[in-house]
Design a protein around this ligand. Structure first.
Ligand code: GLA
Length: 338
């Protein structure tokens, strides 16, 4: 992971992007936000489960300035996905819909959070845009309000029916902090507690190089399966994680696998937090392994390339390794003992 990409470089890139894009510029305001890596607990946030993400050192910087005229304008040093504009414009639209008087603005982005890699580049962008715009207009929002606004922007304007994990983790992280703790987030209650990682645990992130786009449909299809499984069991989706083995087995085969993932993954997150608090890194690693197997075999969201990265990390002595985030490519999170 890079550590030379810091606000100064981002600021230079952003100012350059502004100069190329707009002729009359006012004061430029910068907002910044971290990415996140989920240690364990994937594809359970939209089912009201518990998750254990941590903010990444990589950040996204967004510059905004009021412009003359009546239209917003987007310009970018953002590498990769050109659809970033939809996320940025979505956040601005949601701020305006919420009654915040945002003048026509220009937006520029610079980021070292890899796009489509399962590290929440979209949440980082959304929260950075919201922070910049709020500063520009002299308004403030709580991290929880920011997270919910960003999630709405993603649902409505980017068409991704995501859960709350990414936006919540990113909105509660301070991009100026030297280090971050993990958070245990209860997605149903929208409450979290901080979980400090043992000094002897080293977390690494390895990029498989395979890029996903959550909009491609696989994510929404898995989410639909989870909701259908809950409905067939006559349970609110937030209570699917409490289903018994017998209930799960009563479902059609594919839905049973999806439901089993949700039930077992939520239990693994709780066990992982318990292991971390006891300093039992071996158990923590095993739970990461089990989580990966469940996402691969029951939830069908891994890929052969990602599986290979996991296997290689284990062969090199990791305690545990698993895909992280929405899946269909992206990064692997690896736990090692120091
Ligand atoms: C994406 C979504 C999250 C979550 C993860 C899988 O990152 O944005 O809400 O569902 O996938 O855990």
């Amino acid at each position: 992971m890079q550590d030379d990409f810091q606000p100064v470089r981002a600021r230079e890139a952003l100012v350059r992007a502004f100069e190329n894009a707009i002729t009359c510029r006012d004061a430029i305001v910068i907002g910044r936000a971290n990415g996140r890596v989920n240690l364990i607990g994937d594809h359970v946030d939209y089912a009201g489960g518990v998750v254990l993400p941590i903010a990444t050192p990589e950040t996204t910087s967004v510059a905004v300035a009021a412009v003359r005229g009546s239209n917003d304008c987007c310009t970018s040093e953002f590498v990769g996905d050109p659809s970033w504009e939809r996320y940025a414009r979505g956040v601005v639209a949601e701020l305006r819909a919420g009654g915040i008087n945002v003048p026509p603005i220009a937006i520029a982005v610079a980021s070292d959070v890899p796009v489509g890699a399962g590290l929440s580049s979209s949440a980082a962008l959304e929260i950075a845009v919201a922070r910049a715009v709020l500063t520009l207009v002299g308004r403030a929002m709580s991290p929880a309000e920011l997270a919910l606004l960003a999630q709405r922007a993603e649902h409505v304007h980017a068409g991704v029916p995501c859960g709350i994990m990414d936006q919540w983790c990113v909105a509660h992280a301070d991009p100026n902090a030297a280090r971050h703790d993990a958070i245990l987030l209860d997605c149903a209650r929208q409450q979290h507690e901080v979980v400090a990682l043992p000094e002897t645990l080293r977390i690494e992130v390895i990029d498989s190089g395979v890029r996903h786009a959550l909009r491609d449909g696989g994510y929404a299809a898995r989410r639909r399966d989870v909701f259908e499984a809950a409905e067939r069991l006559s349970r609110p989706v937030e209570e699917l994680a409490c289903a018994s083995e017998r209930e799960v087995a009563s479902l059609p085969a594919q839905l049973a696998r999806r439901a089993r993932h949700v039930v077992t993954e939520v239990a693994r997150v709780r066990a992982a937090v318990d292991a971390l608090r006891r300093g039992d890194l071996v158990r923590f690693g095993q739970l990461l392994q089990e989580s990966h197997a469940s996402l691969r075999d029951d939830f069908d969201v891994s890929t052969p390339e990602v599986d290979r990265v996991v296997e290689q990390a284990m062969a090199r002595g990791a305690l545990g390794a698993r895909m992280t985030g929405g899946g269909f490519g992206g990064c692997v999170v690896v736990a090692k003992a120091m």
